[in-house]
Design a protein. Structure first.
Length: 336
């Protein structure tokens, strides 16, 4: 054992110590913690429930320091530390496991309600709005909070369903529709702004591409004229000139490469990296699939609750934006 320690063969040292008797268990724990040999420790003490529980507790504590809450909960549970397991699940917002353990531990209704409320608030902080709503609905029996959670996630249809299910239809006009109208106002402004920016960047990109084509044509013409001039010159002079040109080209090329590595995309007109800047500016403006689905849900809510004018305006604005994007795609996908 001492030889294993001296050679820092900690896994072998731990194996030998685990067989040396109960009086060496504290030393085993020190080696396990210092060298993070938790899985080996659990394997070595698997037939000793008391020692396995102790190693599991230390392993769970270690996992918590790494924010590995789900794994910590499982390790605590395997060692019989149910309260610590539940707390790990609560901290990591693994609410299904936490609720299940609360029932397993025999918690009363009020205590489970408080746990569910805490988990729901954690879900809200993590933008998990539908999960928060479910916790408020099923375990807290707080339908108002459940609907409010759904509205924070712009799930108007689910909020309306919940309101009607629990005979709270008044909340549709009091909460859901006003929320949808607020989103409509901010969304129309954002679509208009994004559309204007998109057109601005795209028109500039078209001009940059045209300028590059024109420069290539001009360079081609210059190269042709140079070829005629060179062919009438002495071959020796041509060779010297070519060699100098090659060295100059390589030097300037390497300088451009180094400079491009140092320089970020630039919005300045005419800069070498302006095209990259324009493309990188255009891409984030293209609506994602979830964003398009959300607008579809908003249109439905507005139209079905008597706001056909607002619904029509939003749809027209968004269709115009999508049309502008559709027309631009071929150029965006084509090589520069």
């Amino acid at each position: 054992r001492d030889r294993d320690k001296h050679l820092q063969r900690w896994d072998k040292a731990l194996s030998h110590l685990s067989e040396a008797g109960e009086e060496h268990f504290e030393t085993c724990l020190e080696i396990i913690n210092e060298h993070q040999l938790y899985q080996l420790g659990m394997s070595l003490f698997k037939n000793n429930a008391k020692r396995l529980s102790e190693v599991s507790r230390h392993y769970g504590d270690f996992l918590l320091t790494k924010n590995r809450y789900k794994q910590a909960g499982l390790v605590y549970y395997s060692g019989g530390h149910l309260e610590k397991s539940l707390e790990a699940y609560r901290t990591g917002c693994f609410w299904e496991n936490a609720i299940q353990l609360a029932y397993e531990l025999g918690w009363g209704k009020d205590r489970i309600t408080e746990l569910a409320k805490s988990l729901a608030n954690n879900c809200l902080n993590g933008y998990r709005f539908k999960e928060a709503a479910l916790l408020f609905e099923v375990y807290c029996h707080n339908i108002d909070e459940a609907i409010e959670s759904l509205l924070k996630g712009n799930s108007w249809d689910d909020a309306i369903r919940l309101a009607h299910t629990y005979n709270k239809s008044s909340l549709v006009q009091e909460s859901v529709v006003p929320h949808a109208l607020n989103v409509y106002e901010s969304l129309t402004e954002r679509i208009e702004a994004n559309h204007a920016s998109y057109v601005k960047y795209f028109e500039r990109l078209v001009q940059v591409r045209l300028d590059k084509i024109n420069k290539k044509d001009e360079q081609k013409s210059v190269d042709q004229n140079d070829a005629v001039s060179v062919s009438s010159s002495f071959s020796g002079a041509s060779s010297v000139s070519s060699a100098r040109s090659t060295r100059t080209s390589k030097t300037s090329g390497s300088r451009r490469t180094r400079k491009s590595r140092r320089t970020k995309y630039s919005s300045r007109e005419g800069s070498p990296l302006e095209e990259d800047f324009l493309i990188e500016s255009l891409i984030p403006l293209i609506p994602s699939a979830p964003a398009i689905e959300e607008i579809g849900r908003l249109l439905f809510v507005l139209y079905s609750h008597g706001y056909s004018v607002e619904s029509g305006k939003l749809e027209a604005l968004f269709d115009m934006f999508l049309l502008a994007i559709e027309k631009s795609i071929p150029l965006l996908n084509s090589p520069s």
